[in-house]
Design a protein. Structure first.
Length: 172
């Protein structure tokens, strides 16, 4: 019995402490030229590479239910620590569990991404398609930093600026 307790103790302690996957990268979102959602990911060396991406509808209380769409990497990891994945047509490297659902402009969504172990993730946040439609084409990537009590500071960046900020977030 003692051996069983020793094997589950770390899991129980993590649950009691409210711990989740370690944040080891930066997530962002943008729309492509056709107005479709693109996940923008930059990750730290400790992350490895993204393996799972999920799109969720966000409820009014900030919670999410089952994923609307899930992608699993079925090909090689990107050569760099940066990727832009069009969710509607993710290409041959990613396998979707179904078609991209129609997204409503004013409804809140969240894109989450994890490494192969599920122990590390990139930052994620709620957003609406309507706010992505208002971006400057030179700075189309929305990112947010959680500041507490369900509030976020928003910023928009170009690809290079996003990558530089992600490197800084990783401590590099």
């Amino acid at each position: 019995m003692r051996r069983r307790w020793m094997s589950i103790a770390p899991i129980v302690l993590a649950l009691l402490a409210g711990c989740g996957p370690e944040v080891a990268g930066t997530g962002g979102v943008r729309l492509d030229d056709a107005g479709r959602l693109v996940a923008v990911l930059a990750w730290c060396e400790s992350f490895g590479a993204p393996t799972k991406i999920a799109l969720y509808a966000v409820h009014s209380d900030g919670s999410v239910g089952d994923p609307l769409l899930q992608l699993t990497r079925a090909g090689d990891a990107p050569a760099a620590n940066y990727a832009e994945i069009p969710l509607a047509e993710p290409g041959p490297v990613w396998r979707a569990d179904g078609p991209m659902p129609a997204l409503e402009d004013e409804k809140s969504y969240e894109v989450r991404a994890w490494d192969s172990t599920g122990e590390r993730r990139v930052t994620s946040f709620p957003f609406t398609i309507a706010e992505l439609r208002t971006t400057d084409p030179a700075r189309p990537i929305l990112t947010r930093t959680h500041v507490g009590d369900g509030r976020y500071d928003s910023s928009f960046a170009g690809a290079q600026e996003f990558q530089q900020a992600a490197v800084a977030d990783c401590g590099g």
